[in-house]
Write a protein that binds this ligand. Sequence first.
Ligand SMILES: [Fe+2]
Ligand SMILES: [Fe+2]
Length: 355
Amino acid sequence: MSSMKPPSQEHQVRTASEQEEPAVRAVTSAWSQTRRRVLEHLAAVGVLLAPGCHEARTSASADTPTTSAAAPTTAAAPTTSASPAVSASPVPSASATVRGKVGESCQTDTDCESNLHCTLGFDGAKFSKTGTCTKEAPIYEGRPLRVDGEARVATLGGSPKAGISGWTAYFARAAAEEHASVAAFARTLCQLMALGAPLDLLARTQRALADEIEHTRGCLAWYQRSGGQQDALGVLPEAVADIPGANHGLDALAQALLADVIHGGCVGETLAAEAMLERAAQAPEAELAEWLERVADDEARHAALAFETVAWLVAQRPALKPVVLTELAGLPAAIRKRIEPLARECGLLEAQPTA
Ligand SMILES: [Fe+2]
Ligand SMILES: [Fe+2]
């Protein structure tokens, strides 16, 4: 290890949840923390519209207890998968009929044996209907730059990385994906301006863009610190690709932005925040765990920004509300269980009685 400073000293955003006693943290799952953080950020910008938000926020710390979240280990490398990065375990069901073994087909965790996860395909925006049971939790990455239906990233160091694994491989991939998120937010910023978004929303989007630059910088620093070379990210011509919907009027632009923000932001950033917390629990050193926790809070704020953006779009164009319902309904059930309650808190879905 070098004497390098912590990669992300610039991050100053600390939420109340990060001040918790260790004993509290130990019994709070990554998902519960993520949910609470997203709701805290939504509350901070006044986007929580549903009357039940307080109950949801206070109950968030009580569900799905786990004993592993606050216990960093030195053995575990971050989880990896063929899908774009960032993990989120589909919600397990207590009444699950467990049956699938590793490699067998599944649609949710409940189709797999109790110690396995159902890993769906994810192309940066859409999940596959079926996946396979895996030992590792699936990894789904947040806020991709999608062009012509594919997530695009620059190459690190001029050529694809080979012969690296564990944290080094994770940071190589994460650096490229965080870097591409900068372009995704830049595109969003232009779309929002075209649609007449208020300055506060533009400012929060601009801040998210700046966060992604810092995340990229941090990933590169940790990449080198974990054994990677002093590489830089290369060209990303897709950063100036045509903006979706731009040539078909403002309604088409708004709908394209809505779909991108729901999948890349509401879903992707929320799952990214959760995955970062899970990785923090696996980090082999406290400094890395602290950095990952700070990034997780940034991603939770980006998720909140996505819900805020969707709420603003729907307020401006009520005709888009059915599109929101359709997009959410199209998510895999396990992902929907995470995202719909947050959407409900923002008034994007009708309140429903809780079971
Ligand atoms: Fe990020
Ligand atoms: Fe993000």
